[in-house]
Design a protein around this ligand. Structure first.
Ligand SMILES: *[C@@H]1O[C@H](CO)[C@@H](O)[C@H](O)[C@H]1NC(C)=O
Ligand SMILES: *[C@@H]1O[C@H](CO)[C@@H](O)[C@H](O)[C@H]1NC(C)=O
Ligand SMILES: *[C@@H]1O[C@H](CO)[C@@H](O)[C@H](O)[C@H]1NC(C)=O
Ligand SMILES: [Cu+2]
Length: 394
């Protein structure tokens, strides 16, 4: 056990700390003449950012919400640059979920969102992430998470609406549903959605917290399950669990869908498979989903930077029982419509490759009850040993 721990640790840290200086073999195979990643942006957990960095991020998002859209020709309701990103997600929602390139597509979207914040809105930091596991210890921990803080966060829950108006989802213990009344986005007008609608339809940002669900579906144990998988298709399937062709199964919700429905409930934007990027917290949630994939990849980078498997057609096996299309390969292409060029998956496998250039801080957030502040601590070997799995199923 100790030896395997050590071995795993070496596997985990070596590519980050040591091997970055040397060429890794897969890069020669897929050299595409792009740039070189010398100073990766370091993505950190939201609550570990100093307040002035939190403000800088939120100001940049608000800036994106004032710049004119670039995709109005294709998305009539897109008014702002922020809408552009929500719009491309709405348009592609039925092909990018419950498929093998779900992780890749969302990683690519986030990269361009982070790029827009930096290049068009003067943001100097990296895209932060929201580690939901820190807020899953109790209902009040979830409700009082620093992420919902009205002054240094994204605002909180909407007031309770008895009838959610959502025929597709039944979420036990939902507590909100109305317009987010506080925080920096309480006055923002979302233009797109609900669901597949890309016509201009002004609406407020809605949240519908389900705190009891958050204590069940955002836990460290749940996050750990996919990490037990050695092959990407099963890691990915378990990360996306919950949504099926015949409906959404709350009791199977994964660390991807769990936060969507714990924040969005029935009536909130985050629970809308199409329009969820209307809530700015979507990007912090998906950065965390990406962080998990990054951790999984870095346990065995030589293999896992080249492992792209799973169906190309939504709900094909293992997401459903169909075998309608081919499985994805590293040459399968994804795109963001007018927002970014189509690229083969191999370009987004390595976050420090010739296209992407970011990493995640090797730290964890710890609450200090005396100062009532979250502080960063270095991760121990055991904590980051995601391969130690007592009961591997595959
Ligand atoms: C909620 O709405 C249902 C159906 O309209 C109604 O029967 C019920 O009494 C309402 N509950 C509350 C607490 O208002
Ligand atoms: C929202 O609008 C109201 C009324 O115009 C204003 O009082 C409030 O300060 C605004 N809030 C934010 C976060 O901009
Ligand atoms: C895709 O991969 C699965 C195994 O994960 C396999 O059962 C299936 O036959 C493959 N489909 C095709 C079209 O090769
Ligand atoms: Cu999505």
């Amino acid at each position: 056990m100790q030896l395997s721990r050590l071995f795993n640790f070496l596997l985990f840290i070596s590519p980050l700390a040591v091997c970055r200086a040397v060429a890794s073999p897969h890069k020669e195979v897929y050299s595409s003449g792009g740039g070189e990643c010398k100073n990766p942006l370091v993505r950190r957990e939201w609550r570990l950012l100093p307040d002035h960095e939190k403000k800088e991020y939120i100001d940049a998002v608000k800036c994106l919400q004032t710049l004119p859209a670039l995709t109005s020709n294709a998305v009539p309701g897109a008014i702002t640059r922020f809408d552009d990103f929500q719009g491309v997600h709405i348009r592609q929602a039925e092909i990018i979920h419950n498929v093998g390139f779900f992780q890749h597509w969302h990683r690519y979207l986030l990269w361009f969102y982070e790029k827009a914040l930096r290049e068009e809105c003067g943001y100097s930091g990296a895209q932060p992430y929201w580690d939901w596991t820190l807020d899953s210890t109790s209902e009040s921990a979830f409700i009082n998470s620093p992420i919902w803080c009205p002054t240094t966060g994204f605002g909180g829950n909407g007031p309770y609406l008895n009838v959610s108006g959502n025929p597709f989802l039944k979420i036990p213990g939902r507590t909100g549903g109305g317009c987010v009344p506080d925080g920096p986005f309480s006055n923002y007008t979302i233009h797109l959605g609900p669901r597949g609608s890309i016509a201009k339809k002004p609406q407020c940002l809605r949240r519908d917290f389900a705190p009891s669900l958050a204590t069940l579906r955002l836990t460290k144990e749940l996050v750990r399950l996919p990490h037990c998988e050695k092959n990407f298709d099963w890691y990915d399937f378990k990360s996306q669990a919950g949504a099926r062709e015949d409906g959404f199964f709350v009791d199977q919700a994964s660390f991807h869908s769990g936060p969507h429905i714990s924040v969005g409930g029935e009536a909130g934007h985050m629970a809308d498979v199409y329009a969820s990027p209307g809530d700015p917290v979507f990007y912090l949630h998906h950065a965390s989903v990406d962080h998990e994939w990054w951790k999984w990849q870095n346990v065995d980078p030589e293999t896992r930077f080249k492992d792209a498997t799973g169906p190309s057609i939504r709900y094909d096996f293992p997401f459903g029982n169909h075998f309608r299309g081919p499985n994805i390969t590293l040459d399968f292409r994804i795109g963001l419509s007018e927002l970014a060029p189509a690229v083969p998956l191999h370009r987004v496998m390595d976050t420090e490759g010739d296209l992407l250039c970011y990493t995640y801080a090797k730290e964890k957030a710890v609450y200090d009850p005396t100062t009532k502040k979250w502080v960063a601590e270095e991760l121990s070997v055991e904590e980051e040993d995601w391969e130690a799995c007592k009961d591997p199923e595959h």
